[in-house]
Design a protein around this ligand. Structure first.
Ligand code: NDP
Length: 234
């Protein structure tokens, strides 16, 4: 059955691969983007997750075209890395507002329709550093750890209506961000990863697909690592 799926930040990187996998599955897929040319084959809706009115307008447009969102992937995220003493209030707030509060805004809005349908899948894209910590990423790691508490609370609040809430925690993924790292740095990172390589965006998308599938109907409040073994133990 074709579902109404929304992937925030689905115009590039991991989000684009997640959206493409849902399209390949035959779902009706909407993505959000802020600027530039969105990919084809999806309903592309302009939305800034830091702006509640923009989120509301995006959902109204998506619901008119595809019906209520049944699968939400909260993927939009940013970094503003620097060591703690140099981290400004603005570096902190921007990252929390986008990664954590932005995910809250879209999850809250999606829940409205899911409660009426008595089904739904909330999937939050966190990171291995949410639980592992990362020097220079105090803001980012806090935002990604926050998603775990939020998802688990949603799992408890919404479970009786057959709505699941889960977290996917990727490690290093082959994206524009990691491609620009010097080879020496990449080699050092890879030494820490049992599988000895980065993930492809498709490998993250495959786990998201599974969480949205019938096979994962009894999985909620879980944190699923897609990190090649980097974070083992949490
Ligand atoms: P990119 O930087 O390639 O893409 C980020 C996406 O988020 C873009 O689509 C961007 O939209 C969107 N976005 C950022 N801010 C906002 C906002 N305020 N409102 C709406 N959309 C916004 O990131 P990746 O694909 O690398 O990462 C995707 C997710 O995966 C993020 O949450 C990231 O933290 C997480 N992650 C990434 C890892 C990696 O190795 N790359 C590892 C672990 C987790 P726009 O194009 O308009 O800027």
């Amino acid at each position: 059955m074709s579902r109404s799926v929304l992937v925030t930040g689905g115009n590039r990187g991991i989000g684009q691969a997640i959206a493409a996998a849902f399209v390949a599955n035959g779902d009706q897929v909407a993505i959000t983007y802020r600027s530039g040319e969105p990919p084809e084959g999806v309903l592309a809706v302009r939305c800034d997750v830091t702006d509640a009115a923009s989120v509301e307008a995006a959902f109204t447009e998506i619901e008119a075209a595809h019906g209520p969102v049944e699968v939400l992937v909260a993927n939009a995220g940013i970094t503003a890395d620097t060591l703690v003493l140099r981290m400004s209030e603005d570096d902190w707030s921007r990252v929390i507002d986008t990664n954590l509060t932005g995910s809250f805004r879209v999850a809250k809005r999606a829940t409205k329709g899911m409660l009426r349908m008595r089904r739904g899948r909330l999937i939050f894209i966190s990171s291995v550093v949410g639980l592992l910590g990362s020097a220079g990423q105090v803001n980012y790691a806090a935002s990604k750890a926050g998603l775990v508490g939020m998802a688990r609370s949603l799992a408890r609040e919404l479970g009786s209506r057959s709505i699941t809430a889960n977290v996917v925690a990727p490690g290093f993924v082959e994206t524009e961000m990691t491609a620009v790292l010097p080879e020496e740095t990449q080699a050092r990172y890879k030494e820490q990863i049992p599988l000895g390589r980065y993930a492809s965006t498709e490998e993250v998308a495959a786990v998201v697909q599974w969480l949205a599938s019938d096979g994962a109907a009894y999985v909620t409040g879980a944190v699923i690592p897609v990190d090649g073994g980097l974070g083992m133990g949490h």
